[in-house]
Write a protein that binds this ligand. Structure first.
Ligand code: UD1
Length: 427
């Protein structure tokens, strides 16, 4: 298994191109199941999760053509053409779904287009139980008969789906997306109330509109969809990855460096920028993206609580904790989205961080320095938080289980090395 070796202590300085957002790309790819025409997607990141979903879609009958890479400055957003002329198979098997929970996003499109689907339950996950009950509630409201049997979700709508009001009791990105996709082909009007407002949901909705869907309220917590008979092909460029941008902003801050995040969007990162500002890290909008620089001296401890968008993203919680572990003063970090999302804590403590977890909150007492160590992580964002801590630590660190990073960070070592990090992959 690959490892990453880092010698810490060098400031991260330079330009970092921000890739297309994994969490938008996956949903937009799933939307290809809704039409017999070709969906041409650009700015796709080159990541293991994208390949996993491509494999899921291929076995449903989607023809996929990779059409080279576009971009400049070393950034190679990929172009994929997806054509689901016919749905040849409506079953998403356990073997594929268990690799990546987001595979459950084929459920809504398959039921809407083919009238039925059998999708494996994704099962447990390192960051909590993560049920799919809201996805199923939403699809049932649109008229699908849903049954759980043999570890699979069986959904049927032989006469097609119909519009309905779907009121989510809590904000779910995935459930909003599944119901949104299904509703585009349902008969009549669907209203999704308490919809997730994450920019990735907005990106999916905008792509669906290009395909001919009628959606109002994009970017708000109420989406109104008028179902149409059929959707067509479209061209769409995936929105930049706000979590990747936030991660590299922390890399600059934690090492006392200065970076330009090319393509990053301030409107997707307002809360993060505000929190970094309070910690003493200046993030300024430029013509090409965002400029991040730590003001003189150590960063200051600030409290955060993760929340659905536009609140502070749970996907940046671990990275922010790495930053707070070397801040002046203390920081209380509260995780409200996922239980069990503090698995990076014991590993950071092995590098000299002082962190105490009480339920959903972690008290971080900033230290003047961290020390390199051999560490491992159990999920994507936890892994990258250890890379960040290692960039700031004295001496050498080895980060194990790098496959987590490959799921979500395109060219991580190359991007950091180009900015002065001493980082290499050990095969
Ligand atoms: C997506 C992102 C993930 C991010 C998360 C929150 C993708 C591929 N993943 O995950 O990186 O951390 O949004 O921003 O886009 N819940 C239920 N029942 C459900 C669905 C969710 O109880 O049917 C709960 C979850 O357990 C969690 C909360 O709702 O506590 C939010 O989860 P959700 O927004 O659905 O996350 P994902 O879409 O899985």
């Amino acid at each position: 298994m690959d490892k990453i070796r880092i010698r810490g202590g060098r400031p991260i300085e330079g330009e970092i191109p921000i890739s297309g957002a994994k969490n938008a790309a996956l949903k937009v790819m799933a939307a290809s199941l809704l039409t017999a025409d070709t969906l041409r997607l650009s700015n796709l990141p080159h990541l293991a999760d994208i390949t996993t979903l491509a494999n899921v879609l291929a076995q449903h009958g989607v023809e996929i053509h990779m059409n080279g890479a576009v971009g400049d400055g070393g950034h190679a957003g990929r172009v994929l053409e997806l054509t689901a002329r016919e749905i040849t198979n409506t079953r998403a098997p356990y073997d594929l779904v268990r690799k990546m929970r987001a595979s459950v996003l084929v459920l809504g499109p398959l039921v809407a287009r083919a009238g039925h689907a059998e999708v494996s339950l994704p099962g447990g996950c390192a960051i909590g139980t993560r049920p799919v009950d809201l996805h199923l509630q939403g699809l049932s409201a649109l008229g699908a008969e849903v049954e759980l049997r043999d570890g699979y979700i069986h959904a049927h709508a032989p006469k097609g789906l119909h519009g309905a009001e779907v009121v989510f009791p809590l904000v779910s990105v995935g459930a909003t997306e599944n119901v949104l996709m299904a509703a585009t082909l349902a008969k009549g009007e669907t209203r999704i109330v308490n919809a997730a407002r994450e920019p990735e949901v907005g990106d999916l909705a905008e792509c669906l509109v290009k395909m001919g869907a009628r959606i109002e309220g994009i970017g708000t917590d109420t989406l109104t969809i008028q179902g149409v008979e059929r959707l067509g092909g479209a061209e769409h460029a995936i929105t930049p990855d706000r979590i990747e941008a936030g991660t590299y902003a922390v890399a600059a801050a934690i090492t006392g460096g200065e970076v330009d995040l090319i393509g990053a969007r301030a409107d997707h990162l307002r809360t993060t920028i505000e929190v970094l500002g309070r910690a003493g890290v200046a993030v300024v909008e430029t013509e090409r993206g965002l400029h991040v620089a730590r003001a003189n001296g150590r960063v200051k401890g600030v409290d955060i609580m993760t929340e659905p968008f536009p609140g502070f993203p749970t996907d940046l919680q671990a990275q922010f904790m790495a930053l707070m572990s070397v801040a002046e003063g203390a920081s209380m970090i509260t995780e409200t989205i996922f239980e069990n999302r503090f698995m990076h804590v014991p590993e950071m403590c092995r590098m000299g961080a002082n962190i105490n977890v009480h339920g959903a909150s972690a008290m971080v007492r900033g230290q003047t320095k961290l020390a390199g160590a051999e560490v491992m992580a159990t999920d994507l964002r936890a892994s990258v938080s250890l890379v960040l801590a290692a960039l700031a630590a004295e001496g050498e660190s080895i980060v194990n289980r790098v496959y987590h990073l490959d799921r979500g960070y395109e060219g991580l070592e190359a991007k950091l090395a180009a900015c002065g990090a001493e980082i290499e992959r050990i095969k």
